[in-house]
Design a protein around this ligand. Sequence first.
Ligand code: GTP
Length: 598
Amino acid sequence: IDPKQIRNFSIIAHIDHGKSTLADRFLEMTGLVSDREKKAQMLDDMDLERERGITIKARSVTLDYKAQDGQIYQFNLIDTPGHVDFSYEVSRSLAACEGAILVVDAAQGVEAQTLANVYLAIENDLQLLPVLNKIDLPSAQPDVILEQIEHVIGLETDDACLISAKTGQGVDEVLEAVIRVIPPPEGKSESPLQALIFDAWFDSYRGLIILVRVFEGRMARKDKVRFMATGSEYDIDEVGIFTPKMAKVDSLEAGQVGYVIATIKTLDEARVGDTITHVKNSCESPLAGFKETKPMVFSGLYPTEAADYASLREALDKLQINDSSFVFEPETSVALGFGFRCGFLGLLHMEIIQERLEREFNLDLVTTAPGVAYRVTTKSGETMMIESPSKLPGAGDIEVFEEPYILGTILTNSEFVGGVLKLCEERRGIQKKLEYVSEDRILIEYELPLNEVVLDFYDKLKSVSRGYSSFDYHVEGYWASNLVKLDILVNGDLVDALSLIVHRDKAQSRATLLTAKMKELIPRQMFDIAIQAAMGARIVARTTVKALRKNVLAKCYGGDISRKRKLLEKQKAGKKRMKAVGNVQIPQDAFLAMLKVD
Ligand code: GTP
């Protein structure tokens, strides 16, 4: 195929602006999917994705499109997730493209992830094609939103398409505009091979599947290739394209996107961002790779039943095979026993992994409140990353204590600005920008400690703005802060899993709120339970869960055995998701109490 007939592009959008719906229309209109095969949202093939209505893993599909000029074009549509946690996947998908369709909801307008995605596209030198979607909605205001795109993003809208991905109106125009606006790839099939790995995953039938964009040269079955970063060499077993099913082809040529299968054992050998070249006649230098993703949010995962530890480890291993951004290592907690410290890209990523563990692997877990990685330099000059408060050196040994800061972008309606600013100030934010993007929409930028964001910032933002806000962020760096460790003691026993790191100015109020909340969450037992919060050796807050007066069995007067058994069973069921600390039963909720205060 002549590279002039190829277009490689992604669709980028804020969540729910209609990216998947538009992709589905493309698939239908290019005749690849028969009605029988049609399932809503074909590119999202994980059940969980469909249920949550979000796209977790990037996918690609090759479409043959017969244009109005009579020629057949090969479109490689690379699907990207829209959520802030997965911006790494967005950026690596974009690296395989020459352009992107920017979908903006004609009723909602530019949102935080619209901006974040546009910046990623611009960093990758992509040509953008603006598309206003949902013009069928009565609340659509195409003119206002076009103006917003020009003003906020600085993008010309002469080529913009006005469409409804739902009804199909205007979608054919988008396909034509793709040919006109997005440039064809430039490489030559005769050059030495240079192919970028932009995704890889494990398939239970086919083994490791690698998604590549061939920039120069061609690759075919039986070729001997080298992965430039790892230096390992393989024979290619198969190359092909997604239609969206896997379809073998003879070769992948310069400009094309497709998959490669070789006998590769682990995801580690096929690193995303690496360049594939031939062993003979290799290219001179690798393509620019990607920045490695670092997990930013950490939490402890423990099996409710100690016997499930091995199954939990197995499940974590399995999940990691398809998600290299998720990391874990064994951790022992005095309170919770054996478990794992897990690192995630963000809160949504964490929720998804936890949910998959419970759903797909049938595990009952106790999770601890999320925290971030701190950077500590000790008096002896050693610098270390602290991913768990329990690993923190004693206060006397710390020379510099730093925490990660983000730059957060918020778009909201003007009537909610007061509430949003108050929230950001409460979370130790520093305002960087506040500007109108249209008559009643405002763009706000704040520098915020990530620690204050991982604890329910997004939920609070939604509630102060009744859902009319969007939020996105990127990490700016580590800054020194006045931080302290707060410990929780239950009947005198330190519950390490509940320790947290907070700003000194907030320590007292957090301690009071937290102990009060724990009092609500821990059920009364046969004895008094003292809940204390401590900074070092100093107790700064205290509450007591009063003992139950009566024995539950006392009601049964010894008579009715079956009733007695029922009661005991009921109690047992209630204990699921409880962890015994000393002789106190602590429910899962209490381990997340920090998320539930204020
Ligand atoms: P993520 O995959 O979560 O990032 O979302 P998305 O951008 O892919 O959005 P999706 O295609 O799932 O659409 C979100 C919602 O908007 C769905 O309920 C669609 O049915 C609806 N929708 C999409 N396009 C249109 C449209 O043109 N008009 C109307 N009225 N609704 C639409």
